[in-house]
Design a protein around this ligand. Structure first.
Ligand SMILES: [Mg+2]
Length: 181
């Protein structure tokens, strides 16, 4: 059984631009400290899994445009020793409420029997991420990067039933996970 850190991508690993789409290299910007933090968490025995909603990918904008920045991101992480066990991308719109779109857990279901949910975490920047954590039964951390698009993080703050701890830096997220291992 693996202990896993599920990770949202935009606004959590890399900054979310105001048009929500990282479809060009000029829009690729890492959150401060994320690479070192994930390296140390990986060294501490966590598997890393990206779970990302990319509304309209392949329809409103192309996989080619998406992959330019996405592959560069993975390449930079890998150069620093950070490898992801899985990278899961859903392309449905929110209005479709598809079983594979966060906060639903369909993308994770096929390998859930390999995951020790009690020892696992979800780190994201939105309500959908906190609800995803709840649906999965893992602990939730909301990371609110001051320079990313605000999204609906504030909604999370008004919904205490989605138990989530809130931080603004990866240093705090890393320390929290290691402290509550
Ligand atoms: Mg996000």
């Amino acid at each position: 059984m693996k202990k896993v850190i599920f990770l949202d991508r935009d606004g959590t690993l890399i900054r979310e631009p105001h048009d929500f789409r990282i479809d060009d290299l000029s829009k690729l910007s890492f959150l401060p400290g994320v690479i070192g933090a994930l390296k140390r968490l990986s060294d501490a025995g966590y598997e890393l899994v990206i779970v990302s909603n990319q509304d309209g990918l392949g329809k409103d904008y192309s996989w080619e445009a998406f992959n330019v920045a996405h592959q560069k991101m993975l390449e930079i992480f890998e150069g620093e020793g950070v490898r992801f066990w899985k990278t899961l991308i859903d392309t449905h719109y929110a209005s479709e409420n598809h079983p594979e779109r966060k906060p639903n857990i369909g993308l994770v279901q096929p390998f859930l029997d390999e995951v020790d949910v009690k020892k696992s975490w979800m780190v994201g920047d939105r309500k959908t991420d906190a609800v995803f954590a709840k649906n999965l039964g893992v602990r939730s951390i909301t990371l609110k990067d001051p320079l990313s698009n605000d999204g609906d993080v504030r909604i999370t703050e008004t919904l205490p039933e989605f138990e989530t701890v809130k931080y603004t830096t990866w240093a705090e997220v890393e320390a929290h996970i290691l402290r509550h291992a």
